[in-house]
Ligand binder design. Structure first.
Ligand SMILES: Nc1ncnc2c1ncn2[C@@H]1O[C@H](COP(=O)(O)OP(=O)(O)OP(=O)(O)O)[C@@H](O)[C@H]1O
Length: 262
């Protein structure tokens, strides 16, 4: 379904499927076989080195599978470069070009050559207002706080307007209150655009705040997937419970978790 937001045609999320994907960095090997449903927010969790960033990089096209396929909306992404994929990605840092003002960094989401007409300029102003940065169009990234820089990256996501959003720990360096604000902003954008969101986090409270589903990675594979509520139940997957320790709390119900052997 296509929705219209402020005059911009917006596709809803697309399903993301990794079909028996294998990949390796030297001795670190990965095998991913999973589907992320269209329009859902999935928290990607797991120990350091389990392959969370690698999973996102394969979907975004920064890495290519050795075998298997990445399908986005049922279409094989093949060797398409990141810019040609229906995907936006936000990293923990270095999302912005240091020499370009905020408005240009956002405009790159629409036009890599920054040939922007009146409609695009209006969209930039609107996107910056949406993320709480009205009036900061002319600033350089170094004139912003860390949280504001990530807001600029999210404004660019709005301009880029792709049906899949990959977030690789974008708020990890922010304090808890600000992180909550940023997560709520992501949830608000998701409510408007209905994109498929995969977000990497080490924080169970982040996953519980906006995650509808959880995918738990262990040793280069997806060990379990299911609704977030089920993961935070006492009967959630053992490896996940060990990973989060006693920070997960208890939520009733854990019937729908698909466990896979790693
Ligand atoms: N560019 C690279 N070259 C070589 N090895 C890499 C590269 N990127 C990642 N690795 C290795 O692949 C493994 C998985 O890394 P990845 O960054 O995907 O893990 P992660 O789960 O995101 O970890 P973290 O939570 O610490 O960010 C690690 O052993 C890492 O050292």
């Amino acid at each position: 379904m296509t929705t219209t937001i402020n005059g911009t045609a917006t596709e809803n999320g697309l399903a993301v499927r990794l079909d028996d994907v294998s990949f390796s960095y030297g001795e670190a090997s990965f095998r991913f076989d999973a589907e992320f449903a269209a329009g859902r927010i999935t928290a990607i969790m797991g120990p350091s080195g389990s392959g969370k960033s690698t999973l996102l990089n394969l979907i975004a096209g920064f890495e290519s599978p050795e075998t298997g396929k990445v399908l986005i909306g049922g279409i094989d992404a093949g060797n398409a470069p990141p810019s040609a994929r229906p995907v936006s990605m936000v990293f923990q840092e270095n999302n912005l070009f240091a020499h370009l003002p905020v408005e240009a960094n956002v405009g790159l989401g629409r036009s890599p050559s920054l040939k922007l007409g009146d409609a695009e300029r209006a969209a930039i102003v609107e996107a910056l207002a949406r993320v709480g940065l009205a009036g900061k169009e002319k600033r350089l990234p170094r004139e912003l706080s860390g949280g504001e820089r990530q807001r600029v990256a999210l404004a660019r996501v709005l301009l880029r307007d792709r049906p899949v959003l990959l977030l690789d720990e974008p708020f990890a360096s922010l304090g808890p209150a600000l992180r909550d604000d940023m997560l709520d902003l992501v949830a608000g954008i998701h409510a408007e655009r209905k994109m498929t969101v995969l977000f990497v986090t080490h924080q169970p409270e982040d996953a519980r705040r906006i995650g509808q589903d959880v995918a738990f990675l262990d040793e280069g594979a997806i060990a379990a997937t299911g609704p977030a509520d089920d993961f935070f139940d006492r009967t959630g997957p053992d490896a996940f419970r060990r990973y989060i320790g006693d920070r997960g709390g208890t939520v009733a119900g854990s019937q729908h978790i698909a466990r896979k052997r790693t």
